[in-house]
Design a protein around this ligand. Structure first.
Ligand SMILES: Cc1cc2nc3c(=O)[nH]c(=O)nc-3n(C[C@H](O)[C@H](O)[C@H](O)COP(=O)(O)OP(=O)(O)OC[C@H]3O[C@@H](n4cnc5c(N)ncnc54)[C@H](O)[C@@H]3O)c2cc1C
Length: 412
């Protein structure tokens, strides 16, 4: 039976990033991904866009993706936040924060392609796809995984098993790790589009009665839309013809970018918030959406998952150094109880803060109750003129809020 120090279940954005990150510190690992790499069905690498914070860009740069990313990602030079029907707004400029960009936006499939290409060049990563992990059995010194390949079933052993298998994760349930789930009863309508006026690298967040609407700058003057709506209305918006859809969007967004000139294919995604109550069980640890899933209002889901990757890598780096010095077998040490507990503790503040901020924003800015809408309008006005409030918001948006990992920092 094949044995690995680390096995990663799920080759989505979080799992693929971790595979590269571990290979960079010399830890051999295997990735098992249920869908074939070129398959459009792989949920993580679809047509959606992802806004990457400055901290995430630093992490991806350390994974060796800088060259591949910058030709296809559009920088965010400012963020404009407004409330439909009110005059209050806030604006944050990269120049005010002393950085060239607050983050960048990329299409998920392009990030997937960059990650998969980097993985294919790494001799320390064995990538299996399509390969679905169907069972995990834990023993004291290792875990055994049962995997369904296209025409066979195979077993592998691992010192540490990483669940990066997404929010629904049946394996998390199999390990009896409970999760708090909050169903917003809304869905996000997602598509790419072009507008009459150039976006000039501004990311727009607009709060409407039904929920927030984000327009993110993309390359070739396109924009990525994420529009939160009650689920039935979201479905209707997906089915509308292009002209009617554009008209509704122009009404909700306003005239800042002129008319919507072209709309790509539309899809909707149900919105939930999920928080796993523990980040490990036995030799298995959770990262990315398997650990927590967020409302996309603040574009923080993958950014948070990437900070899981950075934290776990940094802890495993120390474990590797100690194992090398003491001559102990590395694989067993990687899945040790104290190691995984350290990871869980290191992620607590960032997870709780990001989940709390995201959920509060989703509720605060989706509520049409008049006193609340007046206060949020005042909040936006205050934020626009108060440097401290602006600084806190900018630091969160750039991913530096509760994050103290070296991989995310600007330092070389
Ligand atoms: C509308 C929308 C907009 C968003 N915008 C942003 C944004 O702007 N910024 C941001 O940071 N985040 C954003 N997010 C969140 C982001 O998309 C997710 O956080 C991210 O995709 C999660 O990646 P993941 O790898 O953890 O999980 P997933 O993408 O779900 O990947 C899990 C992988 O595991 C595989 N898998 C599952 N089970 C098994 C198994 N048993 N065996 C083998 N493989 C398995 C799946 O095939 C899949 O490839 C957004 C989300 C939505 C819905």
């Amino acid at each position: 039976m094949k044995q690995y120090p680390v096995v990663i279940i799920g080759g989505g954005m979080a799992g693929a990033s971790l595979a590269l990150s571990l290979a960079n510190i010399g830890i051999e690992n295997a990735v098992f991904e249920a869908f074939a790499p070129e398959s459009n069905a792989q949920p993580g690498f679809d047509d959606r866009t992802v806004a990457l914070s400055a901290a995430s860009l630093n992490i991806l740069k350390r994974l060796g993706l800088e060259k591949d990313l910058y030709s296809v990602a559009a920088p965010i030079k400012n963020i404009h936040v407004s409330d439909q029907g009110h005059c209050g707004f806030a604006r944050i400029d990269a120049s005010e924060c002393g950085v060239p960009a607050l983050g960048a936006v990329i299409e998920n499939w392009q990030l997937g392609q960059a990650l998969n290409q980097a993985i294919s060049k790494q001799s320390l990563i064995d990538y299996y796809a399509p390969a679905k992990v169907v069972d995990i059995e834990q023993a004291e010194q290792y875990a055994t995984l049962r995997i369904e390949l296209s025409n066979a079933t195979q077993e592998v052993k691992a010192g540490l098993v990483v669940l990066a298998d997404g929010a629904r994760s049946p394996l998390r349930q199999q390990l009896h790790i409970d999760a708090q789930v909050n169903d917003f009863r809304k869905s996000a309508v997602v598509c790419n589009l072009t507008t009459q006026l150039p976006h000039q690298h501004c990311a727009y967040e607009r709060f409407t009665q039904d929920g927030p609407l984000a327009l993110l700058p993309l390359t070739k003057n396109r924009m990525g839309l994420v529009w939160s709506k009650p689920t039935k209305e979201a479905q209707l918006l997906v089915e509308l013809d292009e002209a009617k859809f554009s008209k509704q969007l122009e009404e909700a967004f306003g005239a800042r970018l002129g008319k919507i000139t072209k709309v790509g294919s539309r899809k909707s995604f149900p919105l939930i918030q999920l928080k796993a109550e523990s980040l490990f069980r036995g030799r298995c640890v959770l990262i990315g959406n398997a650990a927590q899933s967020l409302h996309p209002i603040a574009g923080q889901g993958f950014n948070l998952g990437l900070r899981d990757v950075a934290a776990l890598t940094e802890i495993l780096t120390s474990v590797k150094e100690v194992a090398e010095d003491s001559g102990q077998p590395l694989a067993q040490q990687l899945g040790d109880y104290q190691v995984l507990r350290q990871y869980q503790e290191s992620r607590q503040a960032d997870r709780e803060q990001t989940l709390w901020v995201t959920e509060s924003l989703a509720r605060l800015f989706s509520n049409p109750w008049l006193p609340l809408s007046v206060s949020r309008n005042m909040l936006l006005k205050t934020m626009d003129v108060a440097p401290v409030a602006k600084g806190v918001f900018a630091s969160q948006a750039m991913g530096f809020g509760f994050n103290n990992s070296r991989m995310a920092s600007h330092e070389e």
